[in-house]
Design a protein around this ligand. Structure first.
Ligand SMILES: [Ca+2]
Ligand SMILES: [Ca+2]
Ligand SMILES: [Ca+2]
Length: 444
């Protein structure tokens, strides 16, 4: 870098308190997750997981569903973990044979996967399996067989695991756990006298309360429309609940619960596919969505993110994913592209840096091919990331050259693909060219 250019960058860095960045690099869909998918694939479960706790490894993204991945000479399927620092994928002793619907990280760092499968890395299991850091383990005789499956997993404050799904699980005492069961590390138990239909979502709230959602209208012998709360050793309804299946539950910063799924009302109030329970009554979030919501999460800033099969939120375009900012629904750019194809967002997770991953059947977003897993976040803060995505590559170089050739000596901003005034000094000139080249050759 020339002395002049260095001085300019240093001045800007001083002025900004950080390295110079693109003013136009707002959060967006990011290329560069680098998933080496085999063929297509569908993602149904996402979670964060720190493989070594307080050790040096970063928090990973864990992805479950029905897909295959190849990394180097390793081939694995249905579950994989992504290291956001190295950008590489790892498997878990080969494949889980079947379909993973839910993954939960245990307090001791183990991972538990649930779904419909019978083999995990060569270990015979039945729809649920625990990864201990080296190998998969069965949980007793597992849960169900044939058409039965596990849709949801959650961890209680005492470390016990709760599984929900579509199953009748025979217990040691001769009774059955129906649609929901608790694993204490040694054996399975029922939770009260259980539900009368599938459980598709579970949440343990910040105060340790278990909440279950699904297709049931009774829990523990009490009437409970599709959502119920486990409190003082019995199931309690949340008023008269949603009139259709609850697929996902989350908790807002203020402690209110959010139920999302396929319904038109809750507690007699119109709440299309998403509703808030404040402890007393149900309310809507704007006018909700036009089709079902499969996943809802609470993220930093007190916002909610919903994903599913919808094309509009509050009547405005929001293709399969939208953000509730506390008062309004906002789209994620142009959303997921899938018009004319099967598309949907089935799982969501926020990473520690604020990036949001959406999993599902996701062909592309904003022209970026994703094949099941898409990333939304802040672009790399870097001069040479000209198109503001997650990568510095030849596309940035070509885009900058295109704009620079048109914009030289023009006043900032100028460019159809970015702003060729990369050093933000108000004019496009040779210094921008040199600064871009310096940054590009250094990798950032
Ligand atoms: Ca760590
Ligand atoms: Ca780029
Ligand atoms: Ca400039």
């Amino acid at each position: 870098m020339s002395e002049n250019a260095l001085r300019r960058v240093a001045l800007i860095a001083l002025a900004c308190g950080s390295l110079p960045t693109f003013a136009q690099c707002t959060p967006r869909w990011l290329n560069g997750v680098g998933i080496p998918w085999i063929g297509g694939g569908v993602v149904d479960a996402l979670t964060t997981w720190d493989p070594d706790g307080a050790g040096p490894e970063p928090t990973h993204l864990v992805v479950g569903g029905d897909f295959g991945v190849v990394e180097g000479s390793e081939v694995f399927g249905q579950i994989a973990a992504w290291n956001p620092v190295t950008g590489t994928w790892r498997g878990f002793n080969g494949q889980i044979t079947g379909h993973v619907h839910s993954i939960v990280a245990m307090p001791n760092g183990d991972l538990v996967a649930g779904g419909r499968f019978w083999d995990a890395g060569g270990v015979p299991v039945s729809n649920v399996a625990r990864w201990d850091g080296a190998t998969w383990n069965p949980l007793g005789t597992g849960i169900g067989e044939g058409a039965e499956l596990v849709y949801a997993l959650a961890v209680l404050p005492n470390g016990d695991l709760v599984a929900g799904g579509n199953f009748y699980l025979p217990l040691a005492d001769g009774t059955e756990a129906r649609f929901i069961a608790r694993w204490d590390g040694t054996e399975w138990h029922s939770i009260d006298s259980q539900m009368n239909s599938w459980v598709t979502s579970l949440l343990v709230t910040s105060n340790g309360t278990l909440v279950a959602g699904g297709n049931f209208d009774a829990a523990g012998g009490h009437s409970a429309d599709r959502i119920a709360l486990w409190s003082e050793d019995e199931w309690t309804s949340l008023g008269s609940g949603p009139n259709g299946i609850v697929y996902s539950i989350t908790e807002m910063e203020n402690g209110s619960l959010v139920a999302a799924g396929a319904f038109s009302e809750a507690g007699g109030v119109a709440t299309p596919n998403i509703a808030v329970w404040d402890g007393t009554s149900w309310t809507s979030l704007g006018s909700g969505t036009n089709r079902r919501v499969d996943s809802v999460i609470s993220v930093s800033g007190g916002h909610l993110i919903a994903g599913g099969h919808f094309q509009t939120a509050n009547g405005s375009a929001a293709h399969y994913i939208a953000r509730w900012d506390g008062s309004a629904w906002l789209p994620f750019g142009s959303g997921i592209s899938g018009v004319g194809t099967v598309a949907g967002v089935f799982a969501l997770v926020e990473m520690p840096n604020g990036d949001v991953f959406a999993g599902g059947s996701i062909p592309s977003a904003q022209g970026i091919a994703f094949k099941g897993l898409a990333r939304w976040g802040e672009p790399l803060a870097c001069l040479s990331n000209y198109n503001c995505d997650g990568l510095i590559d030849i596309i940035d170089f070509l885009d900058f050259l295109d704009d620079f050739s048109v914009c030289e000596q023009a006043i900032s901003p100028c460019g159809s693909l970015g702003n060729a005034d990369v050093n933000s000094d108000g004019i496009v000139d040779i210094l921008d060219f040199l600064d871009f080249l310096d940054s590009y050759s250094l990798g950032c």
